[in-house]
Design a protein around this ligand. Structure first.
Ligand SMILES: [Fe+2]
Length: 376
């Protein structure tokens, strides 16, 4: 039998689309991954930001972890470490850990009798109604939806953000479509497949900025809240899923788990692509707490911080720039977690069973910025 060569093909986009990222990798044997194939996948990931590998229905959790781990071989802990254990974290209800491969989490919707050592589990696709300040009226809820929460997969406290996330579609309910409403006065909408994962390219978001804003983001650092997913759990999201509404509802710092000051992360606002050198505006908009400017000013007013970040990031999630992946069973999607934002989308009916496996590992190094930002 001849072995077909591994190929990398950019995703085809509609004419006029602003989506300039994404590629398909074909003929890669992930269960027995050799160095040459991994080098191709790694290069494709950093050049294209999102890599789709089809027909991976039989991929083992071990091979999924090993592929993810190869991007940062000394990194071995799940991207959120043990922080998910906190019952107050907004992430807590959405993830179930595979017992024999704890860096791999099961997510989805509906009842699953048995899967990879997990028995009788009920998965719940997060619904924007539980996280947003306002929600789609119940009568429109199956036809219309929202972006749930634009984010980077990262603890943003103690552990460096993972480089890559590997997401495998094990079971995908039969397709219908939904329309995402931004509900922010723009009138913008986006037609998407049910249960899509939506991606926005941080490098595009940077490119869309004015020269003045580019200089600002290159030289500014973002301070994240300690225990950010507990901290934000009292607050509510904007209707576009891109950050929180400021109403003073964050959990007070004294009520968080004990805070170790040296674990608080103050990261560059733009992160440099290790292969192309491209700069991506990479801010987790729900977890941001302060901005550290080049001149030493620290912006601490949360409402002001959030308005600045939202103004800078919002152009990058306009409909023409969002890639909404149309999942098929067996799709393994790798995304450059330091170059894109992503979000869960959509609302399932209770009997629509969806089963996905997610893997990422906390990196060994913090992301590299432009070099112009203030030292910390
Ligand atoms: Fe995620």
């Amino acid at each position: 039998m001849t072995v077909k060569p591994v190929t990398v093909e950019p995703l085809a986009q509609e004419p006029g689309s602003g989506i300039n990222f994404g590629a398909t990798v074909s003929n890669a044997d992930l269960e027995n991954l050799n160095d040459e194939t991994f080098a191709l996948i790694r290069d494709a990931l950093f050049k294209h930001q999102v890599v789709v590998i089809k027909n991976q229905t039989t991929l083992s959790p071990r091979a999924q972890f090993e592929l993810t781990n190869r991007f940062d071989p000394l990194a071995t802990n799940y991207g959120h470490g043990k922080t998910l254990d906190s019952k107050r974290s907004v992430l807590h209800p959405d993830l179930k850990t595979i017992p024999h491969q704890p860096q791999v989490q099961v997510i989805g919707n509906g009842f699953v009798a048995s899967y990879e050592g997990l028995e009788n589990i009920t998965l719940r696709h997060p619904h924007h109604r539980t996280f947003h300040k306002t929600s789609i009226p119940a009568e429109d809820d199956l036809a219309f939806t929202r972006f749930y929460r634009w984010h980077i997969d990262a603890a943003l406290y103690a552990l460096p953000p993972p480089i890559v996330t590997a997401l495998l579609a094990v079971k995908v309910p039969a397709g219908r479509r939904q329309i995402v409403r931004y509900d922010d006065g723009s009138g913008e909408e986006l037609d998407v497949p049910l249960g899509t994962t939506a991606f926005s390219n941080g490098e595009t978001t940077y490119t869309l900025l004015s020269e003045e804003d580019k200089a600002f983001v290159r030289s500014t650092r973002v301070e994240y809240a300690p225990h950010p997913y507990v901290w934000m759990s009292g607050a509510k999201s904007r209707s576009d899923g891109l950050g929180m509404v400021t109403e003073g509802l964050e959990i007070p710092l004294v009520d968080l788990p004990p805070i170790e000051e040296d674990k608080i992360q103050i990261l560059p606002m733009v992160w440099k692509n290790p292969v192309t050198g491209g700069l991506a505006l990479q801010v987790h908009p729900s977890a941001v707490r302060k901005l550290h400017l080049k001149d030493g000013t620290v912006i601490e007013d949360l409402a002001v911080v959030r308005e600045i970040v939202h103004r800078l990031q919002r152009p990058g999630i306009a409909p023409r720039f969002v890639y909404a992946h149309d999942w098929e069973e067996g799709d393994l999607v790798l995304f450059h977690n330091r170059g894109v934002l992503h979000t869960v989308v959509g609302a399932f009916a209770e009997d629509e069973v969806r089963l996905f496996r997610q893997c990422n590992v906390a990196a060994t190094e913090l992301p590299v910025g432009s070099g112009e930002e203030i030292a910390v």
